[in-house]
Design a protein around this ligand. Structure first.
Ligand SMILES: *[C@@H]1O[C@H](CO)[C@@H](O)[C@H](O)[C@H]1NC(C)=O
Ligand SMILES: *[C@@H]1O[C@H](CO)[C@@H](O)[C@H](O)[C@H]1NC(C)=O
Ligand SMILES: *[C@@H]1O[C@H](CO)[C@@H](O)[C@H](O)[C@H]1NC(C)=O
Ligand SMILES: *[C@@H]1O[C@H](CO)[C@@H](O)[C@H](O)[C@H]1NC(C)=O
Length: 801
């Protein structure tokens, strides 16, 4: 094996000689066809990521591809002038390593070759890119090589992307017929709007197929194996990969390090933007997407991912629990030179409950969680199956090795942790997995380790024959144009669209302070409860110390017009009201076996109906009777129909028995609200025959801008007092007649909730807080429960504007 003498770089004649030597050596000249020349340009060649992973990845690419027909040249670009940049870069190149199966001699030879094919370029201004292009073209024409492609890897901060993109597009595009691939590193934006901006900037210069956004998690061997695993084990997985069998899915990335020395980055990003929006979400979609018919089609895989991404149920305040390690605040104050009155809500820990709105996954909790300063460094996915086996025979009396009675799970172990290596584990009670790739093999020497409460011997354990770092795998995929392992513009924006609303909510929320490391004990444990997440243990106040947070999220409890009032931001207020309704329902059912709830129409309560339908799985719907407070004189099929809306937003999603649903009879005898049909009397009779003492357990009311409530309008004499329970009403300004419960019936209720939302209601709230309390002028003043209670639910917009 001959060694190639050291040749100084930057000398074209010598490089030419070298290329020819290399071509000879690798028999390119004898090859029937030379597949073309590829220039790889690593921008940011002297940065940390390049030093740690990217040069190594490019070296691997060279090792794997050099004798397959392509010729290569590698440019490292950075801002430094050549003298400085070159020496940094070549120090990195000298320390590259070969895979274990390459002999030291051969490794030395290959490194030498790679070194000689690598050149440093200053890439600072437009002219430098023009010169680079000239250099690439000269090299090719001197050697008589034709161009196959150019790969630009931008390992630089995102704010420089646009300038570099402009330069590449203007002067560095490859010759016609050759491909251009431009690789970008995260962050790809900070929220939906900034991601969109960045994406549209890039789209000015590049076509979508030219853009490769790296999410290095997709290059982790275990993560990259999720889809092949699902495909190869379809026969076993197809029947069980769904809501009927999967109890829940945990996607976990725990770190022991904290954000020290990186707080300027972390303050802007936080754990959700840093790892959950991208890495964990990519894993979520790989696990839950439908498998495309043809896996070789990148486009089909990406489309299936996008489909499941678009069917995630939107997140709200209750979807996440968040924390901040105790020292973070001190670190931020020191590193960012903030005063001691500076506080931050940045999350260093988050657990998020994600749910998928499709028939396969409906109701299955996907828990995404990550944090810094935790007790261990690990990353894994755990698919936990429902426990449906009952085992009669004592374990000691059963044949050993038969584990069908144990908890069934599939674990994609990504790295670190107790196991210490990437692996896929399948409970022996499930099935023995198949791997078509020879790069994965069964791990037979199992230690006495336990994983999630079970000894490793309870699982089939498969691990990669050779561990490979994520960047090497992805760089190879870039080379082969495997776009499905990268993040397309559509998928990126869809992810930001999903996460941005939660991020906005969390901006206003104080995270729970935790001590860090093993001292966290149970402080960050959380539970899934009525469709949301909650910390399992209450927050110990002593940790907060003197640094009480100001913008707490608890509702304000106060009084309004002599009754109780709850106030908060709209979303939290609705959540609180939904919870209060559930409490009332549970108590009524306990007391009398049924719950009678009367609902108002209009647009205000629609969000409440949605909330009730989605997050209140424990609600005693089967024992709930639904009544209407008021109804417009229109057919139920009209968009104006109150019942139509209750049907659409609530009844379609919850299981209320048909016989418990009581729409107002506005359409008797195929006529709408004819007095002769006696609809009001029919409804009053129906109420008195079902509801004891005609006393509803709960009545939900709204407040109109003119002071009306139910459908009792200002100036009305009827419906405020007297014995009439149900009546027709009319208001000069309103298009339809209405049927409404009278205030005297409403006032018999045990609980009355008046929900008032939005800036548009601020004026009427201000007005009635000062007005003379005349029910004729302002029917809302006619709401005075005889023995029950009245609670106002007014959001901050309506209360304070
Ligand atoms: C990059 O361009 C600047 C401005 O034209 C020039 O001064 C510098 O020498 C160039 N660097 C290289 C390595 O050509
Ligand atoms: C990209 O380059 C082409 C060719 O030089 C040029 O016509 C086009 O205007 C460039 N696009 C932008 C947005 O600068
Ligand atoms: C799958 O897609 C690949 C790439 O487009 C194509 O070559 C192959 O024929 C397709 N296979 C089937 C079964 O359609
Ligand atoms: C019904 O009303 C009567 C008289 O007001 C009262 O005594 C009785 O307790 C009420 N019944 C129920 C179930 O509330």
């Amino acid at each position: 094996m001959k060694h190639i003498p050291f040749i100084p770089l930057g000398n074209n004649m010598l490089l030419k000689a070298l290329l020819i030597m290399l071509l000879l050596e690798t028999n390119f000249v004898d090859c029937k066809e030379h597949k073309g020349h590829i220039s790889v340009i690593l921008v940011g060649a002297t940065g940390d990521l390049a030093k740690k992973y990217l040069w190594q990845g490019l070296f691997h690419l060279y090792l794997n591809e050099a004798d397959r027909g392509h010729s290569f040249i590698f440019y490292g670009g950075a801002l430094s002038p050549p003298e400085k940049g070159e020496s940094i870069m070549f120090d990195v190149l000298k320390s590259l390593s070969c895979p274990v199966d390459v002999t030291p001699d051969r490794c030395a030879l290959l490194k030498d070759q790679f070194l000689r094919l690598s050149r440093y370029r200053q890439l600072k201004v437009a002219e430098n890119y023009t010169a680079l292009n000239q250099d690439i073209q000269n090299t090719m024409s001197e050697e008589g090589l034709h161009e196959a492609g150019r790969l630009f890897y931008l390992s630089v901060p995102p704010f420089t992307y646009t300038d570099i993109a402009r330069n590449i597009n203007a002067t560095c595009r490859p010759l016609p017929g050759a491909w251009l691939r431009v690789v970008l590193e995260k962050p790809f934006g900070h929220d939906y709007a900034s991601a969109q901006q960045l994406a549209s900037d890039l789209q000015m210069f590049f076509k979508e197929e030219e853009i490769y956004r790296i999410d290095h998690y997709l290059g982790k061997q275990t993560v990259a194996q999720i889809l092949p695993f699902r495909r190869q084990n379809r026969r076993h997985l197809d029947p069980i990969w769904n809501r009927d069998y999967v109890e829940r899915v945990e996607i976990v990335l725990k770190e022991t390090v904290d954000a020290k020395a990186r707080t300027s980055f972390y303050e802007e990003y936080g754990v959700i933007r840093d790892v959950i929006q991208n890495h964990l979400t990519e894993i979520l979609t790989s696990l839950s997407m439908e498998l495309p018919l043809n896996y070789s089609k990148s486009y089909d895989v990406l489309k299936a991912k996008l489909e499941v991404m678009n069917s995630l149920l939107s997140l709200d305040h209750r979807s996440a629990v968040v924390g901040q390690y105790q020292n973070y605040l001190t670190q931020v104050r020191e590193e960012l030179e903030k005063k001691s009155d500076f506080f931050t809500n940045t999350q260093t820990f988050a657990g998020v409950l994600v749910q998928i709105d499709n028939t396969r996954w409906e109701g299955v909790p996907f828990i995404l969680t990550s944090g810094k300063a935790l007790d261990e460094r690990t990353a894994y996915v755990r698919v936990l199956f429902k426990d449906n086996s009952f085992c009669l025979q004592k374990e000691v009396n059963r044949e050993t090795g038969k584990t069908s009675c144990k908890r069934k799970q599939i674990i994609f172990h990504i790295g670190h942790g107790d196991l210490g290596f990437p692996a896929i584990l399948v409970s022996r009670g499930l099935f023995k997995p198949k791997f078509s790739s020879s790069q994965w093999q069964e791990a037979t020497e199992l230690t006495s380790l336990h994983l999630f409460g079970q000894p490793l011997t309870d699982y089939y354990v498969y691990r990669p024959v050779q561990e490979m770092d994520a960047y090497s795998l992805l760089i190879s995929n870039i080379f082969y144009g495997k776009k499905e392992t990268f993040v397309t513009t559509k998928n990126l924006l869809s992810s930001w669209k999903f996460w941005t609303p939660l991020l906005e909510i969390l901006d206003r929320e104080s995270p729970r302070v935790y001590l860090g490391g093993t001292e966290n004990d149970q402080l960050l444990d959380f539970v899934i409860e009525s469709g949301g997440l909650q910390f399992a243990a209450v927050e110990p106040l002593e940790i907060m110390g003197m640094e009480q947070k100001t913008n707490s999220f608890a509702s304000i409890h106060s009084t309004f017009l002599g009754n109780s009032m709850v106030s908060n931001w709209a979303e939290q207020l609705i959540e609180k009201l939904a919870r209060d309704i559930q409490l009332a329902a549970e108590s009524a059912v306990q007391h009398s076996g049924v719950f009678h709830l009367a609902l108002s129409g209009g647009s205000t309560p629609l969000a409440l109906f949605q909330r009730l339908s989605k997050h209140h799985h424990g609600f005693p719907w089967k024992r709930t009777h639904l009544w209407l407070v008021d109804e417009r004189c229109v057919p139920f099929t009209e968009p104006d129909s109150n019942f139509g809306n209750i049907e659409k937003y609530l009844l379609q999603h919850v299981r209320v028995p048909y016989i418990n649903i009581h729409p107002m009879p506005v359409d008797r005898n195929q006529r709408i609200c004819s007095e002769e049909d006696l609809g009001t009397e029919v409804y009053a009779k129906e109420i008195s025959s079902h509801v004891s003492n005609s006393s509803f357990d709960m009545v939900l009311l709204g407040l109109g801008n003119d002071g009306h409530t139910a459908s009792i309008f200002p100036g009305a004499q009827d419906g405020i007092e007297g014995h009439k329970f149900v009546l027709f009403t009319e208001s000069p300004g309103k298009p339809h007649r209405r049927m409404s419960l009278s205030l005297s019936l409403i006032n018999k209720a045990r609980e009355i909730a008046v929900l008032v939302l939005g800036k548009g209601k601020h004026d009427i709230i201000t007005l009635i807080s000062r007005a003379e309390r005349s029910p004729i002028k302002w029917p809302i003043f006619g709401v005075n429960p005889t023995f029950g209670k009245l609670v106002w639910y007014i959001d901050y917009d309506a209360l304070l504007k």
